[in-house]
Design a protein around this ligand. Structure first.
Ligand code: GRF
Length: 204
């Protein structure tokens, strides 16, 4: 087997995007990378169960228990170094990472955001809030974006986007579900494969 990129997925919650990545690896959509680790900052994240069901190693690092942002990130870096992680995929990871961390892994961290960046993104735009604001504004099209992570929240280079129509009868909840199904669960695995290929080719 040719070399594969070693992927760590960082999660905080339900992990439906993690599930999409696991399924994509099984079906061969992701072939240039392998999920080697799932790391959560929340012990009760259902995403950890999904990882265990797929026989993927898990780790939990709790910021409060580390005492500071720096100690939290040092603990995470330590785990990644020991596992020789090449690529970090944020899949519903609900904690902001410092500039020091994002600089350490330049072009090696990607994130999925549930809007068409630069709309409805940046500090405070997460979860249902993104879709509430999209409906308030009355946009007719929204979607999801996968981007590289830098020191600006949702500000890194865009990798892929997919548009989703907003329906008159949409609530934040129905819109969130449709954006996940039509956009997030498709472009996160596709971007993971694309970025893994670029890493293997030495292009980034
Ligand atoms: C997704 O909407 C993702 O875009 C955002 O957080 C949510 C995570 O959902 N960053 P899940 O844990 O993958 O189900």
């Amino acid at each position: 087997m040719e070399r594969q990129v070693k992927i760590a997925v960082m999660v905080s919650g339900g992990g439906t995007n993690l599930q999409a990545l696991i399924d994509a690896e099984k079906s061969g959509i992701i072939k240039s990378g392998k999920i080697a680790l799932v790391l959560s900052n929340n012990r009760n994240a259902y995403a950890l169960e999904r990882a265990k069901n797929a026989d993927i190693e898990t780790a939990v690092v709790i910021k409060k228990e580390c005492g500071s942002q720096e100690a939290f990130e040092d603990a995470i870096k330590d785990i990644f170094e020991k596992k020789n992680i090449d690529l970090i995929v944020l899949a519903g990871f609900m904690s902001i990472l410092s500039q020091d961390f994002t600089k350490t892994y330049e072009n090696r961290i990607i994130n999925v955001h549930p809007s068409l960046i630069p709309s409805f993104c940046g500090k405070g735009y997460y979860g249902l809030k993104v879709h509430e604001e999209a409906l308030k504004k009355g946009v007719k099209v929204t979607g999801a974006t996968v981007h590289f992570v830098n020191e600006i929240p949702d500000g890194g280079k865009i990798i892929m986007q997919k548009a989703v129509k907003v329906l008159d009868k949409d609530t934040p909840e129905t819109l969130q579900k449709r954006v996940m199904k039509i956009a997030e669960w498709k472009i996160l695995p596709a971007s993971t494969e694309l970025v893994s290929q670029k890493i293997l080719k030495g292009e980034i």
